[in-house]
Design a protein around this ligand. Structure first.
Ligand SMILES: NC(=O)c1ccc[n+]([C@@H]2O[C@H](COP(=O)([O-])OP(=O)(O)OC[C@H]3O[C@@H](n4cnc5c(N)ncnc54)[C@H](OP(=O)(O)O)[C@@H]3O)[C@@H](O)[C@H]2O)c1
Length: 452
């Protein structure tokens, strides 16, 4: 490998030239002079690997279908990967790192699965591994966690990190539409892919949660450690119920550090699910395809990062920022500080995570039902904060006016997930309970009690 000299170019191989890669090429070309001035040396594109070269006529001789040969070429200093998925990206990046090339990638799925292997390979080769674009697109978030907050103790990172699901939930809230109709609209407008599973089932957000938790808590967290629920089950009735409580429903990625009690160790948790948050919380105002992440640190307090979480140009902006950082490091002959996972905190199981719940029940409309239901919550150690009834007569034992059905909503105080699950199981066995319509978590995210 021939290193970039004081004024020699930093030579870049690009893997993938789709939505993001195409914009990386455009910015590299349009801003060549400014990038050279900022990096301290020209940043030159020397090769682009794609699958179907005929789709990229403007790239001429730069094109190749042999990505493996490209990443090990002597005239390549940095490999930018915007193919996506686990393979062949994993093999190509490990090859590149082993060959002494620095790597910039936007690949959240790969980092959430193989972040440790990539970081070790970068370490061993003494080169850079940057991945700002992998979480929340254009929003500078990973570098602040890694660098600006390195002197602080982060206690929570929580936010909206998937634009597709945020668009769908925002549309449901604005129009009262069903999940299916809102998904159809998102697909028509290009916010959802033909197969939306990775977004609507929460996997995309779970990969991002793993990356955020790893950086925030100096602890290796993989996608498999992240509890994940998507938004398919969120109904128009849930959205209306949230509104009635002064809340909105958002798909949240939550990474938390929890102090150990007694001899218990400190733990971290990473989870993704739709949750009610108070309409007064700053995250509630994040609508459409935007992303926002709320960071809480002991000394810094609360910080919020907001912006475009996806799209070719916004994501390319983050890739180019990383590329300039790598180029600067090469010009001065060094590399960025290593990623640290020294804390190695245990990841908490979902069963022991405490949140509040909004439980909606379809119950028989007769006297004594409320007492029976409250008894089940109490038996399982879940304390009730508020109960609301709609439809039917009185179910509190005072009188009976109807033998039809009523809807009962119970909002709880914080309780462990396992206790709530046990409560729901026993509720479904009660004669008086015709069905548990929905269970939604209620997250207040550091704001004082607004719900219940
Ligand atoms: N799109 C976004 O808004 C966004 C936001 C944040 C992060 N990201 C991440 O950025 C990455 C790229 O996303 P994208 O939306 O740009 O994807 P995309 O539009 O599907 O582009 C993928 C590119 O990779 C090329 N490719 C696929 N398999 C290849 C292989 N085996 N060898 C060489 N090239 C191959 C494709 O070649 P052809 O052109 O020949 O098909 C295409 O140019 C993903 O990791 C994604 O998660 C995307």
């Amino acid at each position: 490998m021939s290193p970039a000299g004081a004024n020699g170019p930093v030579r870049v191989a690009l893997l993938g030239c789709g939505t993001v890669g195409g914009q990386v090429v455009r910015l590299l070309r349009e801003q060549a002079d400014e990038l050279a001035a900022r990096a301290g040396s020209p940043v030159e594109l020397v090769g682009v690997a794609v699958r179907r070269p005929h789709r990229h006529p403007d790239l001429g001789d730069l094109l190749t279908t042999d990505a493996s040969a490209l990443v090990t070429r002597d005239d390549v200093d940095v490999v930018v990967e915007v193919i996506g998925g686990i393979e062949p990206a994993r093999t190509l990046l490990l090859q590149a790192l082993k060959a002494g090339k620095s790597v910039v990638t936007a690949n959240k799925a790969l980092l959430a699965e193989e972040g440790a292997a990539l970081a070790e390979a970068a370490d061993a080769a003494g080169v850079d591994l940057y991945y700002e674009a992998s979480v929340a697109g254009a929003i500078p978030l990973l570098r602040p966690l890694r660098e600006s907050l390195a002197g602080d103790r982060i206690t929570r990172v929580a936010g909206i990190v998937n634009g597709t699901t945020n668009f769908i939930l925002s549309a449901m809230a604005a129009n009262g539409s069903s999940y299916a109709d809102a998904l159809e609209e998102a697909t028509r407008l290009g916010y959802a892919e033909a197969d939306p599973s990775a977004d609507v089932d929460g996997y995309d957000a779970a990969s991002k949660a793993a990356i955020l938790a790893t950086l925030a808590f100096h602890t290796r967290v993989t996608a498999g450690d992240v509890y994940c629920e998507g938004i398919r089950q969120v109904s128009a009735a849930d959205i209306a119920a949230a509104k009635g409580l002064g809340c909105v429903i958002k798909l949240l990625a939550i990474c938390e550090r929890t102090a150990g009690e007694g001899t218990e160790p400190e733990t971290v948790s990473a989870r993704v699910y739709p949750a009610m948050i108070p309409a007064s919380h700053p995250l509630a105002a994040v609508d459409g395809a935007f992303n926002a992440v709320f960071v809480e640190a002991e000394a810094a307090g609360q910080l919020m990062f907001y912006g475009q979480g996806a799209g070719g140009a916004p994501t390319a902006s983050a890739v180019l920022g990383d590329l300039v950082a790598v180029a600067r490091n090469r010009v001065i002959g060094g590399h960025a500080p290593r990623e640290s996972a020294y804390a190695s905190l245990p990841v908490r199981s979902m069963g022991s995570v405490h949140t509040r719940y909004h439980v909606s029940l379809d119950v028989a409309d007769r006297a004594g039902v409320l007492a029976a239901i409250a008894g089940e919550f109490s038996r399982n150690g879940v304390s009730i904060a508020a109960v609301r009834q709609s439809g039917g007569g009185r179910i509190d034992g005072a009188m009976t006016e109807s033998d039809g059905a009523a809807r009962l909503v119970v909002v709880t105080h914080a309780a462990p997930e396992s206790a709530l699950a046990a409560t729901v199981e026993t509720l479904t066995k009660l004669d008086a309970v015709r069905g548990v319509d929905s269970v939604l978590r209620v997250e207040e995210l550091g704001r004082t009690g607004v719900v219940g």
